[in-house]
Unconditional design. Structure first.
Length: 294
């Protein structure tokens, strides 16, 4: 969402980029959803990754504005999906980790200076908004993503407890072939969330593509639940030069997606720096697998 909004000329450099775009240029968010559905996406994620009461208060806005932004993001996704009446498009509510609301990259190490109770409360606030939403503003599932630690997954599990009927996926950001960003084994995180009644899929996002095959195997070793992976493009962030380096060729993404399907993933997408052209490659990979398996 962020990469594509930038290509459409939206300003995403503020601390709460999604908030500004939701308010000032909602048509751009619909345009991004539309581009992904046209590319073959069967599931789209709302522009709500950073929308939280805590983040809004820090940015000088009213906490209630966060709640309405969250609901608005679902409505915009539904608006785009409604343009394709013959397709069944799943709307997943994007819920970033606590660190994403801090705007300092803390989600990539997970060392938060807050208590477990604070973490539970942070997630509970947002879950309540989605859980109480009706009709057009209700997402099909909650996508907890870029989770850096077992502790944060546990906090979400506690925050979700009053809502056993909700559907959720849990996706972790990983630093190597076995460990989430904060250092716990991915398999420990996966087996914890697999036991939650809300969990419909478990996986990995915002992670380098070369690590994904091994991480799918780690997840599969502890659960039979569907596996979701949406890595970054092949580029890496050069912190010294403050720019992205390496290849971002969508053509290579098809082969990667095929290998991830073959390794046991059921849901595949793209995170940072991927574009609709990448998703088109994934859709073609899925199509060729479905036709070869009859
Ligand atoms: Zn990412």
């Amino acid at each position: 969402m962020a990469s594509e909004l930038e290509y459409l000329g939206a300003d995403i450099h503020g601390p709460l980029w999604s908030a500004h775009v939701l308010q000032d240029a909602p048509e751009k968010i619909v345009a991004v959803h539309r581009a992904y559905i046209e590319a073959g996406a069967q599931c789209i994620e709302t522009a709500s990754y950073q929308a939280s009461r805590m983040g809004y208060i820090e940015a000088g806005m009213k906490p209630e504005q966060a709640d309405s932004a969250i609901l608005r993001s679902v409505q915009l996704a539904r608006t785009a999906a409604a343009e394709f009446p013959g397709r069944r498009i799943v709307v997943a509510a994007s819920l970033g980790p606590y660190g994403a609301a801090l705007h300092n990259g803390a989600e990539y190490h997970g060392n938060y200076e807050c208590s477990f109770a604070d973490l539970v409360e942070f997630h509970r606030r947002r879950i309540d908004v989605f859980a109480n939403a009706g009709g057009y503003a209700a997402p099909d599932l909650l996508a907890f993503e870029t989770l850096p630690s077992l502790e944060e997954a546990q906090a979400i599990g506690e925050a979700l407890a009053p809502w056993p009927h909700l559907a959720a996926w849990f996706s972790f950001t990983c630093k190597d072939e076995n460990h989430v960003a904060h250092g716990e084994p991915l398999r420990d995180c996966a087996s914890f969330v697999a036991a939650l009644p809300q969990t419909i899929a478990i996986g990995v996002n915002c992670t380098a593509p070369p690590l994904i095959r091994a991480l799918i195997a780690e997840t599969r070793s502890v659960t039979g639940k569907p596996i979701v992976v949406y890595p970054n493009s092949g580029e890496g962030w050069d912190a010294e030069r403050r720019c992205w380096i390496g290849s971002n060729d969508p053509a290579g993404y098809r082969e990667l997606a095929s290998s991830w399907f073959a390794a046991g993933a059921q849901i595949i997408g793209g995170c940072c720096r991927t574009r609709p052209a990448h998703i088109r490659q994934v859709a073609e990979a899925a199509l060729s697998i479905n036709s070869s398996s009859g």
